[in-house]
Design a protein around this ligand. Structure first.
Ligand code: UDP
Length: 492
C-alpha cells in the first residue's frame, strides 16, 4: 500500500443542480480532510456558490481547489450566469443547460480530467461517460448517487419488475418485490418515466450500466440508517458501496459554514436566530420544498391556509420563478396572509433561499415539513427533527416510505401523485391535510412523542457516525486506504 503521505489525487465532477452540487462538494471536502488532493471541476457561476468553503479549507491546510471551465451558455442561447438547473424551471431552459453541458463534457473528458492526473474520479451518477474516462486513464470511478440505498433499491426494483402493471387502477396498492421490508405503493406515486418508457428511461438505464462498470458507489447516508439496504444494493448492483454521511455534519461545523452553504440567503442569519431564540423549544415548524419545487398558486394558498389555521409557529421558504425564467409570478398567498402572521409574530416567510442547516439545528425548531429530497431528509435526520413528508417527484415517494415506515421518524401529509413539475399538478393537497399533518407532528399525542423520540435517537446516531471511530468515518478511512492500495497495485 502507498504510504499515507504519498499524494492521492481525486478529481470531482458534480451535476450542476443545487441538490446535487451541495452534497458532492461536502464529500469532496471530506475526502480532502482525509488527506486526498482534490480538484473540483466547475463553471464560474457555480463556483460562486461554494468557493468560500473551498478557500477556507485551503487556508486551513487542506489540498483542495476548483478548476473553472468556461460555460458555453451563449452557444446555446442562455443568458450569462445561468449555469445551473436550479436557476430555471422551464423544460425549455433546462434543455439548453443540458445542451451546454454536452458541449462541455467532451472537453472535460478529453482535456480537463486528464490534465488533473487523477488517481480516482468522483462523479455524479449522471456523468455516466466518466466510467469510460476512468477506464481509459486506468483509475477507479466512484459514483455519487444523491439518494439513499433504500430509495435506490425500491426504484431499481420498480424499473426491473414493473409491479405497477399488476394493478387495475392508479391508486390500488402493490408491493415492491425483493426488498428487505414490505413496502406498498401505488402507480400514481411512481415516476412517469417508469410507467411510460421515454428518453429519460433510456438515459437512466445508461447511467446504471455505467454505474455497474464503476469501482463503487458512495452515498450521503450511514450504516445505522439504511445499512440493510446498502447490503441489498451490493447484491443487486454487484459493486462496492459505502455510506459516508451525513457529509454535511462532518464538514460544516461552524456557524459560517452552516449559514453560507448553498446559495446566498436574503435573510440575515442573526435576525433569523434572534426570531428563533424568541420561541419556545420545539415550537417552530420549518417548511421547505428544496431547490426545485415551485408550486402553482392554488397549492400555495392551501399551504398558507393550512399553516395559518394550525396555529403553529413556522418558517416557510418560498421559491418563486427562477431568475431569467419568467420573473415575478403570482405566488398565490391569501390576501393579508403575510401581514397577519407578521403582526401575530407567528411566522417567517423566506424567499428563494434559507440557511437550512441553521434553522433545522435550532432547538426552537420542532419539526420539518419536507418534500423528501434526500439532502433535506438527511439534514432533518442529522438535526434529530421529526418530519411531515410531502413527496413531489424524483425518488421522493420512496424516501417517504423510508422516513415514515422503515425509520418511523415522520408522518405523511397524504400526497398521492408524482408530479412532473413542468405539467399541471394532478392533485392539490388540501389545507385540511396540511393542518392535520403538522398538527399531529407538533402535537403531544403518544404517537407524536414516540416519533419525536425516534427522530432524536436517529439524530444522535447520525452524529456518532461521522465522529472518530463512527461507521461513516471508519468507512472513509478504509475507503481511502483501499484506493491508495489500488493506486499502488497499478504502479507495481
Ligand atoms: N437548501 C437550502 N436552502 C433552501 C433550499 C434548499 O439550504 O432554501 C439546500 C438543502 O439544505 C439541501 C438542498 O438545498 O441541501 C436541497 O436538496 P434536496 O435533495 O433536499 O432537494 P432538491 O433541491 O434536490 O429537490
Amino acid at each position: 500500500m502507498l504510504p499515507e503521505n504519498t499524494e492521492f489525487r481525486i478529481t470531482v465532477l458534480p451535476l450542476f443542480a443545487s441538490g446535487h452540487v451541495i452534497p458532492i462538494i461536502d464529500m469532496a471536502r471530506l475526502f480532502a480532510h482525509h488527506g486526498a488532493t482534490v480538484t473540483i471541476i466547475t463553471t464560474e457561476s457555480n463556483a460562486c456558490v461554494f468557493q468560500n468553503s473551498i478557500d477556507r479549507d485551503f487556508e486551513a491546510g487542506f489540498k483542495i481547489q476548483t478548476h473553472i471551465v468556461t460555460f458555453p451558455g451563449a452557444e446555446v442561447g442562455l443568458a450569462p450566469g445561468i449555469e445551473n438547473y436550479s436557476d430555471v424551471s422551464s423544460r425549455h431552459l433546462q434543455a439548453k443547460i443540458y445542451q451546454a453541458f454536452l458541449i462541455l463534457d467532451k472537453l472535460i473528458d478529453q482535456e480537463i480530467i486528464p490534465a488533473t492526473q487523477p488517481d480516482c474520479i468522483l462523479s455524479d451518477l449522471s456523468h455516466s461517460w466518466t466510467t469510460d474516462t476512468a477506464e481509459r486513464l486506468g483509475v477507479p470511478r466512484l459514483v455519487v448517487s444523491v439518494s439513499n440505498f433504500m430509495a435506490y433499491s425500491a426504484e431499481h426494483s420498480v424499473m426491473q419488475h414493473h409491479p405497477e402493471q399488476k394493478v387495475a387502477s392508479d391508486t390500488e396498492a402493490f408491493e415492491i418485490p425483493g426488498l428487505p421490508h414490505r413496502i406498498q405503493m401505488t402507480k400514481s406515486q411512481q415516476p412517469e418515466f417508469f410507467i411510460q418508457r421515454n428518453a429519460f428511461t433510456a438515459m437512466l438505464e445508461r447511467y446504471k450500466e455505467a454505474e455497474r462498470r464503476s469501482y463503487g458507489t458512495v452515498m450521503n447516508t450511514f450504516y445505522e440508517l439504511d445499512g440493510v439496504y446498502l447490503e441489498h444494493y451490493k447484491k443487486i448492483i454487484g459493486i462496492k458501496a459505502w455510506g459516508i454521511g451525513p457529509v454535511s455534519l462532518a464538514v460544516n461545523k461552524d456557524m459560517k459554514g452552516k449559514s453560507e452553504r448553498g446559495n446566498k440567503s436574503n435573510v440575515e442569519s442573526e435576525e433569523l436566530l434572534e426570531w428563533l431564540n424568541s420561541k419556545e423549544p420545539n415550537s417552530v415548524l420549518y417548511v421547505s420544498f428544496g431547490s426545485m419545487v415551485r408550486f402553482p398558486p392554488p397549492q400555495m394558498a392551501e399551504i398558507a391556509h393550512g399553516l395559518e389555521d394550525s396555529g403553529i409557529n413556522f418558517i416557510w421558504v418560498i421559491r418563486n420563478k427562477g431568475k431569467n425564467d419568467g420573473g415575478e409570478e403570482e405566488e398565490g398567498l391569501p390576501e393579508g396572509f403575510e401581514e397577519r402572521i407578521k403582526n401575530k409574530n407567528r411566522g417567517l416567510i423566506i424567499r428563494i433561499w434559507a440557511p437550512q442547516l441553521l434553522i433545522l439545528e435550532h432547538p426552537s425548531t420542532g419539526g420539518f415539513l419536507t418534500h423528501c429530497g434526500w439532502n433535506s431528509s438527511i439534514e432533518g435526520i442529522s438535526a434529530g427533527k421529526p418530519m411531515v413528508t410531502w413527496p413531489v417527484s424524483s425518488e421522493q415517494f420512496y424516501t417517504e416510505k423510508l422516513l415514515t415506515e422503515v425509520l418511523q421518524v415522520g408522518v405523511p401529509v397524504g400526497a398521492q401523485w408524482w408530479w412532473n413539475m413542468n405539467e399541471e399538478m394532478k392533485e392539490i393537497v388540501s389545507r385540511e391535510k396540511v393542518g392535520k399533518g403538522v398538527g399531529f407532528l407538533m402535537g403531544a399525542t403518544k404517537e407524536a412523542v414516540a416519533i419525536r423520540k425516534r427522530a432524536e435517537q436517529l439524530g444522535a446516531a447520525a452524529n456518532r457516525a461521522v465522529q472518530s471511530g463512527g461507521s461513516s468515518e471508519q468507512n472513509l478511512v478504509s475507503l481511502m486506504k483501499e484506493l491508495r492500495a489500488v493506486k499502488f497495485k497499478g504502479k507495481a
